[in-house]
Design a protein around this ligand. Structure first.
Ligand SMILES: *Cc1c(COP(=O)(O)O)cnc(C)c1O
Length: 345
């Protein structure tokens, strides 16, 4: 099924005339007196508005990820910004709906609720597999977005590319694939398929494997009409100047993250081997991410014990589909040693 993303967008977004900033109309060549934006003229490093289109940053991201600049949206509040923007670009409040897997990342549901959009949750299958047919069946003519996180948070598993393709082909809406943890997975990315499927949107973040959570930079890769609509609907200066400069610097200094990723993968394997031997551990779920979902006999007790020992994990015991589970991020070798020592006590 070939989808035209424009036809799925909210009519008011399609008709929007975006706000034009003082800096939209002119490249700046030959200008020595910037008297157009009511900024302070005294140079302190941050007195000027940043590039609202993040052109230099998009160029760097384009080369690093192999995606043309017209398919890139950059958010200055992480990929959480892209999640909220997609809700606002595609879904009419009180009328349209989204479909998500369950359990999954909580932000999709909260963002939908903020925007008054119905959420249809489809439970994952056996061993947390992707319920392709049930997801397609849950969708109707008002379903604008189907959200799949792969590798999925909090279950940790990635879904096969073929399954995601089957879902993209089966659905009339846009398929959003959140690849926040894809750097830790061997199952691959949907990014090379971006041009084949006009109805997929891929979310990436610098917060996890790239180690820049504090800078709050997230990306959406999508059909040019989607990237353009997101750019129109965003806050004008949504990525601040120091962040643009710092991200360019860091991506150019360390384009290759395979070394830090392989340390974490090695540590993940170590925890996967050691944890099942710990008394009270019922199951360690297979992970394609930098965390492990672990089922305990007494999750709340273990959570408290770890916390008092100085190791904080995420308690998912009350999340439907994750009963009994804690989500444990893979840390440094020393931090993982502490975790194991506390658990063995
Ligand atoms: C951590 C995470 C993100 C990243 O969010 P940012 O706002 O970019 O920090 C996105 N999606 C999932 C599933 C995550 O776990």
């Amino acid at each position: 099924m070939k989808t035209d993303p424009l036809l799925l967008m909210r009519p008011n977004i399609r008709a929007l005339t975006p706000y034009s900033t003082a800096r939209d109309e002119f490249s700046g060549e030959g200008i020595t007196a910037w008297l157009d934006a009511n900024e302070s003229p005294f140079d302190n490093g941050v007195n000027r508005y940043p590039d609202p289109h993040q052109k230099a940053l998009k160029q760097v991201i384009s080369e690093l990820f192999g995606v043309s600049t017209d398919r890139i949206f950059i958010g200055g509040a992480g990929s959480d910004e892209a999640i909220d923007l997609l809700m606002r670009v595609f879904c009419v409040p009180g009328k349209d709906n989204i479909v998500t897997i369950a359990p999954t990342y909580g932000v999709y549901e909260v963002s939908a609720a903020i925007n008054d959009i119905e959420v249809r949750k489809v439970p994952l299958g056996e061993d947390y597999s992707l319920p392709v047919d049930a997801l397609a069946e849950a969708a109707d003519d008002h379903t604008k977005l189907i959200w799949v996180c792969s590798p999925n948070n909090p279950t940790g598993n990635a879904f096969p590319i073929e399954e995601l393709c089957r879902l993209a082909e089966k659905t009339k809406g846009m398929l959003v694939i959140d690849e926040a943890y894809v750097d830790f997975s061997t199952k691959g990315s949907m990014l090379p398929l971006l041009e084949r499927y006009p109805n997929i949107i891929i979310l990436r973040t610098l917060s996890k494997a790239r180690g820049m959570a504090s800078l709050r930079l997230g990306m959406a890769f999508a059909h040019p009409s989607v990237a353009r609509a997101m750019a129109m609907a965003k806050y004008p200066y949504n990525v601040n100047g120091p962040t643009q400069v710092e991200v360019i610097r860091r991506l150019q200094a360390t384009p290759d993250i395979s070394q830090s990723v392989s340390i974490l993968l090695h540590e993940r394997r170590r925890l996967e081997e050691k944890l099942p031997q710990v008394a009270g551990v019922k199951k360690v779920y297979p992970s394609d991410a930098n965390f492990l979902l672990v089922k305990f006999d007494d999750p709340d007790g273990v959570y408290d014990k770890l916390m008092h020992g100085g190791a904080l994990v995420r308690n998912r015991n009350r999340v439907a589909g994750c009963e009994g589970c804690l989500r444990i991020t893979v840390g440094t070798p020393e931090q993982n040693d502490l975790l194991l020592t506390l658990l063995e006590q």
